[in-house]
Write a protein that binds this ligand. Structure first.
Ligand SMILES: [Fe+2]
Ligand SMILES: [Fe+2]
Length: 311
């Protein structure tokens, strides 16, 4: 049974299938954050920066998919969770956009080759979906289910990465910029909080196992492309190392960064989750820890300054 969470009550009984999901309207001041916010480690910095590139439009797409499915959801609890999910993802998208504008663009790094097409894709999608629904409701349902399954797979990884960054004290020891660390941990904690929502929406609209597997494979390709392609795209534009970027050097730096705990080993992390996510009986509530997420959110400077939307 759930009961409302208050900031001074961090240890209440948590229903992991349905933790309370609330929107915290955080904001960040990037005026003191250097370009290499993992000190002396541009490769680790830009691997994580590649998330900043794809998340603003990516999270807007997550919201569109969930909104398309919402009229078909009957469960009042899930509808309430969808409300919290949409609020959280909107603030995430806005916060990562701030990093793009105020850190990357401000240092002469242009991200529009990726964000431009993604933004146009999101702008065109509602009309495309409406036309498809008109033409063939069956194909519309199939496409929506595939998209929801892809979002559910990506949400598995955002929760797992969220747990990783909350638990990783080596980033503090490495002197990572505290504002950036707070953004990543606040976002990660909220990903853990709402990790079940899209999966439950997918199930509620009749999503089945084979499409879940197919969408996981597609998502895996997308995540590898986003992380590897995004990092190289950023490193090649970084004004401090331009012209010195080669694949073997980047790979060696990446291995060093993994050993130091600055980034997770992305090959092992992404594929290593297959036995977890692809178990037919899998539910997101079986992975990650809501109490740990709440514990972080109670101490996050941005979350504490923001307060949260009431129920
Ligand atoms: Fe998010
Ligand atoms: Fe999310």
């Amino acid at each position: 049974m759930t009961r409302p969470l208050t900031p001074d009550d961090p240890t209440f009984d948590i229903d992991e299938r349905h933790p309370p999901i609330r929107t915290r309207r955080v904001s960040f001041d990037w005026s003191e954050t250097p370009l290499h916010w993992v000190p002396g480690d541009p490769v680790a910095t830009h691997i994580i920066n590649s998330f900043h590139i794809v998340l603003p439009e990516g999270e807007k797409w997550f919201i569109q998919c969930v909104k398309d499915a919402r009229p078909y959801i009957k469960d009042a609890k899930l509808l309430e969770e969808i409300r919290g999910f949409i609020g959280q993802e909107m603030v995430h998208a806005r916060s990562h956009q701030g990093v793009l504008d105020q850190i990357l663009e401000a240092n002469g790094i242009d991200v529009s080759r990726i964000t431009g097409p993604a933004g146009r894709g999101n702008a065109d999608r509602p009309a495309q979906m409406a036309a498809l629904k008109e033409r063939s409701p069956r194909r519309w349902r199939r496409r929506l289910r595939l998209e929801l399954a892809a979002v559910a797979a990506i949400e598995h990884y955002t929760a797992v990465l969220g747990q990783w960054i909350m638990d990783n004290d080596r980033l503090d020891k490495a002197g990572v910029d505290p504002t950036m660390l707070d953004l990543l941990r606040w976002h990660g904690a909220e990903e853990v909080e709402h990790r079940s929502v899209v999966f439950d929406v997918y199930k509620a609209v009749g999503g089945r196992y084979p499409t879940r597997v197919l969408a996981w494979v597609l998502s895996l390709f997308f995540l590898y492309w986003a992380l590897i392609g995004g990092s190289l795209y950023l490193l090649n534009q970084d004004p401090t190392i331009k012209g010195k970027v080669s694949l073997p050097r980047v790979y060696r730096s990446y291995r060093r960064s993994v050993r130091k705990g600055h980034v997770p080993g992305i090959f092992r992390l992404l594929l290593g989750e297959a036995p977890v996510y692809l178990r037919p009986s899998h539910h997101p509530s079986q992975v990650c820890s809501t109490p740990r997420a709440l514990e972080y959110l109670m101490q996050s400077p941005a979350a504490q300054a923001a307060g949260y939307d009431p129920y």
